[in-house]
Design a protein around this ligand. Structure first.
Ligand code: ZN
Length: 170
């Protein structure tokens, strides 16, 4: 056990000792999904008022719609969510590099075999240079996709890690 897993175990024991929500259904009660970034400064439940069991929260680096498509289809088609709220954020790490930089870092840190694997996968890290434009691009991507039904409301937002405020972009 590392210090972090020790902490996890202790905090979970505390949490489970007063846990009373084991009866919740699998499909989210409020039938919506939030796609946001994995950034450690975002607390979706607290910042966006999500109670346990209410919504799917899909997270990845940059709140990428493309990267999240698999989960979005599962959420909507298998678990009946009917609205998509996409929230990127200020200060996102995805604004700070380009694909070639990530490829170079992997090559330096992990060496040739890892570098080759990355190239074989043609992995796109999906960085973006402009936050608001990226929100618009991802919303367009979702609206263009035939995997997202036309009657599903889709909105794009920016969360400010400096203020805790969220604002709508599209
Ligand atoms: Zn981010």
């Amino acid at each position: 056990m590392t210090q972090l897993t020790e902490n996890l175990k202790a905090k979970n024991a505390e949490y489970a000792s007063s846990f009373v929500k084991g009866h919740l259904a699998l499909p989210p009660a409020k039938k919506y999904l939030i796609l946001t970034c994995m950034d450690a400064r975002i607390d979706p439940a607290a910042a966006f008022g999500i109670d346990l069991g209410d919504a799917h929260i899909i997270r990845n680096a940059g709140a990428s719609a493309k990267d999240a498509l698999r989960s979005i289809v599962i959420s909507q088609q298998l678990l009946a969510t009917r609205e998509i709220i996409l929230i990127k954020h200020t200060g996102c790490g995805m604004l700070t590099f380009e694909n070639k930089d990530a490829y170079s870092v992997v090559d330096n840190n992990l060496g040739g075999q890892a570098s080759k694997e990355l190239k074989d996968l043609k992995l796109d890290f999906l960085p973006f240079p402009d936050l608001e434009a990226a929100v618009g691009d991802d919303i367009d991507y979702l609206k263009r996709s035939s995997l997202v039904p036309e009657d599903v409301p889709v909105s794009g937002w920016v969360y400010e890690v400096e203020t805790g405020k969220v604002r709508r972009v599209v």
